[in-house]
Design a protein around this ligand. Structure first.
Ligand code: 4AD
Ligand code: MG
Length: 431
């Protein structure tokens, strides 16, 4: 008997196969039992007919409890009523382990309860779909950068620098020295770009932010491309092509998952490069003209501002050229203005907020040194970084895409806590 996975069933139509699976749910009458089976690769219905399997096996099938593990044998049959397209006509069941009182039942549970049981909640259909979409975005990311001549580089996680400001650092000890968990690999990626041209990283980053919103995690994963000989407007083109590529890849390869999440895919189908661009100045003016009196030039946008701006477009929108004083030290000044920098945030549609932050980087030694000092950073800790603008400095740009916010947007998840297997949130380190 061939042992296969649910995902492979389409290639075995009409054949008898064996699956290792868990019972996700069950429905039965006197004559027939429907087992909702899952094996990690997918979900399928197993049909057990009393007249065909006999009294004993039927009784065993009827008494199966939620999350009991088993080997199940049966014939693969086409099933037009299910989105998956196949079902299993069960001929034999071999119980591996009987699960008693699985805490997450098909009824509604509160968020805190589900979060306390995250290690079990991951098995649910919805969480399974979100994790598959997360995986597809990661796969499509590697595909995009590999196909476009980028080299994957892994920056360190234990660092002595703070690219995004010192207020949100996770401090730790590095033997006798003070160290931080990386809040961005960018500075190291700049060094890597000077060695390898076009590079990208994918790794965990940490922000000790006391924010309790649906967009904030304490530990999140970031994709950070960095490109030598690249001006900011050219970087925007890479960003929009990359984001369009991951959206189109999810649409192509996660059809069942998007359907299971009831995601409105017509909105995603529109996501194609180029994306609209507006300046920070225009965004402030639009907000002020449209009833937002709570923000003026020089202030950063809050979630309601980003959401309102995004509602004007059915694409993600770049907001370019933010004021110098609300952005990090390393951003290249605008060539014609000294109050704004060459940067952009990419705001996702449907209220999901900023998914990318990026900029051109300063490549003038004196200016970089001045900016490091103006930001009160320890010049000694940045000595290596300063040397990048001392030996063959070139215009270069890069950006960081937050994976979980992107997963939330594409999958339509309510909150980023559902887009990472084990979220680290304010007040949550368990499980
Ligand atoms: O805008 P940020 O802070 O930019 C940087 O870290 C740059 N050094 C990136 C670069 O140019 N290489 O963060 C980039 C993205 C944000 O747009 C957002 O998507 C995500 O990271 N992000 C968070 N995601 C979840 N929880 C948080 N607390 C996040 N903070 C940032
Ligand atoms: Mg940002």
């Amino acid at each position: 008997m061939k042992k296969i996975t649910i995902a492979e069933m389409a290639s075995y139509n009409g054949q008898t196969v064996k699956l290792g699976a868990w019972v996700a749910n069950k429905r039965s009458s006197g004559k027939i039992a429907f087992l909702q089976l899952r094996d990690g690769s997918g979900f399928v219905q197993g049909v057990v007919v009393k007249a065909e399997v006999g009294e004993e096996l039927f009784a065993a099938a009827k008494s199966l409890t939620q999350e009991t593990s088993l080997y199940v044998t049966g014939e693969v049959k086409e099933d037009e009523r299910s989105a998956f397209g196949y079902e299993l006509a069960v001929t034999d069941i071999e119980i591996i382990h009987v699960a008693q009182d699985f805490p997450i039942t098909p009824k509604e549970h509160g968020t805190e309860f589900l979060m306390d049981n995250r290690h079990l909640w991951l098995r649910s259909r919805k969480q399974h779909a979100i994790m598959k979409i997360r995986n597809e975005i990661i796969r499509a990311t590697y595909e995009f950068y590999n196909d476009n001549g980028f080299i994957k580089v892994d920056p360190p996680i234990l660092t002595g620098s703070a690219p995004e400001g010192t207020s949100e650092l996770f401090a730790t000890k590095y033997f006798d020295e003070d160290a931080f968990l990386s809040q961005s690999g960018q500075l190291y990626m700049e060094a890597a770009a000077m060695a390898l041209g076009k590079v990208f990283s994918f790794g965990p980053t940490f922000r000790a932010e006391k924010s309790k919103t649906r967009r904030h995690l304490i530990e999140f994963w970031m994709i950070e491309p960095e490109m030598a000989f690249m001006e900011h407007h050219e970087s925007l083109e890479v960003q929009e092509q990359y984001v369009a590529h991951i959206v189109q890849s999810v649409l192509k390869n996660c059809r069942l998952e998007l359907e299971r999440l009831e995601r409105d895919t017509t909105k995603l189908e529109k996501i194609k490069a180029p994306f609209p661009r507006i300046t920070y100045d225009e965004a402030i003016k639009w907000l002020n003209d449209n009833g937002f009196d709570d923000i003026e030039w020089g202030e950063d946008f809050g979630a309601p501002h980003e959401t309102a701006i995004a509602e004007n477009y059915d694409m993600p929108v770049f907001i370019v050229n933010y004021p110098t004083n609300i952005k990090p030290f390393y951003m290249q000044p605008h060539p014609e203005r000294d109050d704004v920098v060459l940067c952009a945030d990419l705001i996702a549609p449907e209220g999901y907020g900023e998914i990318i932050g990026g900029s051109e980087r300063i490549h003038d030694f004196e200016l970089m040194k001045q900016r490091i000092n103006e930001h009160g950073l320890d010049e000694e800790a940045y000595a290596w970084y300063l040397e990048l603008s001392k030996y063959g400095a070139v215009p270069h740009s890069g950006f960081g895409l937050g994976l979980e916010r992107t997963v939330a947007w594409i999958s339509g998840a309510e909150h980023v806590r559902e887009t990472i297997p084990f979220p680290r949130l304010l007040n949550r380190l368990y499980p």
